[in-house]
Ligand binder design. Structure first.
Ligand code: ATP
Ligand code: MG
Length: 348
């Protein structure tokens, strides 16, 4: 059984569920915002011998996590007690206890993950990614992350106005900020970094932006023609119209990106780079749960299919069903218990 942790409105999860169902796979999408009010969880432990059983659902039709060989940590929703608990401190307690149970569960579950939650969290940290990428031989922009106005002023002075961008750590749907080129008239606002650290970087001129989606050993590199778009600094502002096509990476760039994936312990990653007019490549970031449908729809690269195939293979369903032959009826599934893959070291 393949378990997808997301919500039913998630197009990416749905795209993979479609691929899985075409292949006759057993798969379930679980929305964790139903926990704890509408979704039960019981974690049973024997007093001795290490035996345990983890089950979602309070009745016989529950989902035994030992039946899940592969889990996709796609967009897990936070637990919720919305509307059910009146006092704020009681809400906090209910949510914190729910988080505790779930975090422990994910650590204890014996399955193949895309990606392991703890690794996903660490890999998502931009301040860490940049260091690791640079140590692995990838070029990164000159960077200053700071809430010290003086340090920021010196950085801007050194690089020059017109050559510095600034951006936020995270862009969520609720709070989205594009990357901006720092302008002369913003210099007197630099004191505002006191309220929160900001990422300042040298502006990397682009021939194209690159989005490199890695699924296991497969690398899907796509060129995004950002310089033909309405906003050359950040193509995401014109994502509906920008041209995207498959490209091949220079072998040394590809092997360094795969080394980065390994070091971060990631099986899936969506990497952003810029290719300069002189052909050199600059690493910007890696998104451990980044989107890919905008790439697949334009470039035709079969990323949803690759994710489905990897989940199937790791769940142990592949051999039984003739993976790659969508529509073949489900056969008997071989016993699935495999050793948990060794955890790679996070740090170099
Ligand atoms: N140093 C830079 N020089 C030039 N362009 C940049 C630079 N940093 C970011 N950009 C542009 O802004 C875009 C968004 O930046 P980046 O991917 O680093 O941040 P993000 O906000 O975390 O993005 P995402 O939405 O992919 O998570 C990049 O794809 C690129 O086009
Ligand atoms: Mg990005």
């Amino acid at each position: 059984m393949i378990l997808v942790l997301s919500n039913h409105r998630d197009e990416h999860a749905q795209a993979v569920m479609v691929e899985l169902s075409r292949r006759g796979a057993e798969a379930r999408l679980l929305d964790l915002s139903r926990f704890p009010l509408d979704l039960g969880l019981s974690m049973h432990y024997d007093a001795q011998g290490g035996g345990r059983r983890f089950v979602f659902g309070c009745d016989d039709a529950g989902l035994d996590l030992d039946d899940c060989g592969a889990i996709w940590w796609r967009r897990p929703q936070p637990p919720s007690v919305d509307g059910a608990v009146a006092r704020t401190e009681h809400q906090h307690f209910a949510l914190s206890e729910s988080h505790e149970a779930l975090h422990g569960l994910w650590q204890a579950v014996d399955a193949f993950w895309i990606n392991e939650p703890a690794r996903d969290m660490v890999a998502n940290r931009k301040a860490f990614q940049l260091q690791l990428a640079s140590r692995l031989g990838l070029e990164i922009p000159q960077t200053l992350i700071s809430n010290c106005p003086q340090a920021v002023r010196e950085f801007v002075q050194r690089l020059g106005v017109g050559r510095v961008i600034y951006k936020a750590f995270s862009a969520t749907e609720q709070d989205w900020r594009e990357t901006r080129l720092l302008r002369e008239q913003e210099l007197d606002k630099l004191d505002n970094v006191r309220y929160a650290p900001v990422i300042f970087q040298s502006y990397i001129e682009a021939d194209v932006d690159l989005r490199i989606t890695v699924v296991g050993d497969e690398v899907f590199a796509a060129a995004i023609h950002s310089q033909d778009s309405a906003y050359k600094v950040d193509f995401r502002m014109d994502i509906g119209r920008v041209r995207i096509e498959a490209v091949t990476l220079p072998p040394e760039v590809q092997s360094r990106l795969l080394a980065l994936m390994r070091q971060l312990g990631l099986v899936y990653g969506a990497i952003d780079m810029r290719r300069r007019p002189d052909g050199s490549h600059v690493f910007l970031e890696i998104n451990p749960a980044g989107q890919w449908l905008f790439v697949e729809r334009n470039s035709g690269q079969p990323i949803a299919a690759a994710l489905a195939a990897l989940l199937l293979e790791q769940d142990g369903q592949a051999g039984a069903r003739g993976a790659g032959e969508p529509g073949t009826p489900a056969g008997a599934r071989p016993a699935r218990r495999r050793a948990k893959p060794a955890r790679p070291a996070i740090r170099p």
